[in-house]
Design a protein. Structure first.
Length: 221
């Protein structure tokens, strides 16, 4: 659904290695491709949690991947998670956290589901730094109002650290992230996807100046 979730998952896990058998919440997993990837590649157990995609649709993919019992499809809204406190070793969220996580108080809600020392890692669209004006002038023709939730690595670091709940281990832009994102949109365009074409124009206009994929990883204090 977003810029290739498997490329993003792989880049995220480089910064937060996962132990086989760990319990992972994949929050905003969409079509659960990242959940399947994490289970297959790292031997973890994943709760594939999403709002817009129905769990029976994800179960079909999980069944095809022969991961029933290791990847659990769950329909839930990010503010009403049906999990026990201190349950997860890590939360990962790919291309989704900006839909709910920019609220100052959200981190305090989410981290209650992590074990002590548990980790949170996100990868999502963002800018290299916070623009002085929105939209940035060169991106004005392509801008949609909800891009205001695309933030810089520094913004996420401050957003999380100011709670005192977590220590931030990594906050950066994925190397070549903007180019991966562009390649993805061009592939979607070839496949007939209009959003792919519009975003590709914007990414070309930006040329890696500011847009990219922000990665942030933190652990519970
Ligand atoms: C752009 S899609 C990314 C999906 C997938 N992670 C990927 O990279 O392909 C954003 C996802 O965030 C999920 N999402 C948005 N708001 C949410 C919320 N409030 N609670 C749970 N999931 C939410 C949507 O259901 C959607 O699947």
């Amino acid at each position: 659904m977003g810029p290739n979730p498997l490329w993003q998952a792989e880049a995220l896990i480089e910064s937060m290695p996962l132990q086989p058998g760990s319990r992972i919440l994949d929050l905003g997993c969409g079509t659960a491709l990242s959940s399947i990837f994490l289970a297959k590649e790292y031997g973890v157990e994943v709760w594939a949690t999403d709002l817009w995609i129905q769990p029976d649709e994800n179960l079909r993919r999980i069944t095809e991947a022969q991961l029933v019992g290791q990847v659990h499809p769950i329909h839930a809204e990010a503010h009403a998670l049906p999990y026990a406190e201190n349950f997860f070793d890590a939360v990962v969220s790919i291309g989704a956290y900006h839909y709910f996580g920019t609220d100052d108080l959200y981190l305090g809600y989410l981290t209650r589901f992590l074990k002590p020392g548990g980790r949170l890692g996100i990868s999502l669209p963002g800018s290299a730094s916070e623009p002085e004006t929105l939209p940035p002038t060169h991106l004005a023709p392509y801008w949609k109002w909800d891009f205001c939730a695309w933030h810089s690595p520094g913004w996420w670091r401050h957003h999380w650290e100011k709670t005192g709940l977590v220590a931030v281990d990594v906050a950066d832009q994925l190397p070549h992230g903007w180019h991966d994102w562009l390649q993805w949109n061009e592939a979607c365009d070839l496949d007939g996807g209009q959003p792919g074409r519009e975003e590709a124009r914007m990414l070309h206009a930006d040329g890696g100046r500011t847009l990219g994929l922000t990665r942030a990883v933190a652990h519970l204090r």
